[in-house]
Design a protein around this ligand. Sequence first.
Ligand code: SF4
Length: 243
Amino acid sequence: MIPLVESFYSFQGEGRFVGTPSIFIRLGGCNLGCAGFGVKIDTLIGCDSLKAVNQEYFSHTWKKIDNLIPIINDYLKELDFKPDIVITGGEPLLHYQNPILLDALKESVLKGHRVTFETNATIEIDFLRFPIYKKIVFAMSVKLENSGEPKSKRINTDAISAIVSNTKESFFKFVLSENDVNTKEIKEITKEYPNTSIYCMPLGSRASELRKSDKAVANFCIQNGYNFVDRMHIRLWDNEEGR
Ligand code: SF4
């Protein structure tokens, strides 16, 4: 069994592959809480993926899946090209040893899809035991101080180093508000990985919130040599589900 929060077909809204048609598989559970991002649902506070994070409140809405391949194939049968497959969460690496996920990854890679994991990069992958992960792209959204999580929990240099040294296309992705554009943390986190690209994007779960910080984050990127990237799905559709 693997907990599936939702699946949908859309385009990648952020990171290196922004704009790319993609099938999204969102898995349940996260090892962080990120209350600092300030998204509220009832009395809960967290990130814009709260429904995939908070097991106590939302796990009854997650589907227990014993095979992901038919779910992906249902989208593929409508398409005559190969979209990306994006495994997201929550923190999808919580499930990285799950045979149901491994089967779907092997099938997708074999068919020639680019598969990306959107991860907080705190869970160290055993690439020797699970070599399929060498063929995956990791969007490492390492959390900064603004997440509200302690540094000891949000930064695992062994996990980051394992990803960088075992994969070819992985990259860093950071979320910043207008209050964070003086941060030195990005330099500190990425200094050991000079060949790994860095993307920064504005914080917000609505277009109106993105507008508050987008220019400041863009200027921060220009000054520091980082890539600025928008959150296009939010810009177009706010936080509508299935987008
Ligand atoms: S790590 Fe990501 S999914 Fe988990 S709580 Fe933080 S922002 Fe949300």
